[in-house]
Design a protein around this ligand. Sequence first.
Ligand code: SF4
Ligand code: SF4
Length: 273
Amino acid sequence: MKKLTIRNITQILFIVIVLAITYSKNATELGLIPIPFIGGASLHAICPFGGVETFYTFITGQGFISKIHDSTMVMFVLVLAGGVLFGSAFCGFICPLGTVQEWIGKLGRRLFPKHYNQIVPEKLDKKLRHLRYIVLAAVIYFSSMTFKLVFADYDPYFALFNFYTGEVAFTAIVVLAVVLISSLIIERPWCKYLCPFGIIMGLFNKIRIFKIARNTNTCISCKKCDKACPMNLVLSDKKTITSTSCISCMACTSDNACPVDDTMIMRLGGIGK
Ligand code: SF4
Ligand code: SF4
């Protein structure tokens, strides 16, 4: 059996935390026994993306939009601080929707070994990745105008953990279904093409303190790091990985990917573009 990595353990831990919070919240409402200390806390109270949705109303002194709590803002600030240090590590280590897509992808890799994560033509793939900016702009605009969590009606993350309650909009269930089914053939389709929070975390890859970098002195240009990258990034011609699509999964730095010691690594500071 494959050994669990720190990343695998972190991903499982956060899935368990989110499952516990959603169970406890729904148990309170259904008259079941909630989990002590968690009680009826809502998923919105710990989702850092809420900080983005209410950012405009907050900085313009209009307060929070509905369902956003102080704890949401604390999570938002903590995740941003993590971004300064480790870029998009939230996506690769913590986000439960990313983890679930990845797990489905493992099945997809077995079902479609030749085509898995290779079916979207490069040009189309590049264009589709810009959709994340459009989704982000739309979410901020409509949330600020309506003072509501408008994204909740389309949010596959909320739907994934609450689909059995009456709280999830049909549109969100449809988005979730499309994301989960596409995950069988595309690695992390939501993260690649649509996630509005992923693009914010990805921007931190430009300025992160601990950078993923390739040592050009020892690199033998075997391109194995390119093949290992779940986000289909070309890494073998970069000195420092700054792409907004990188999810900091560290697959490229693993010994299974790069055959030369200390060549693709995470280090303090970078070594140029
Ligand atoms: S394999 Fe490397 S470059 Fe690709 S997403 Fe993971 S950390 Fe980023
Ligand atoms: S896997 Fe390592 S040696 Fe091969 S191209 Fe990437 S960085 Fe260079």
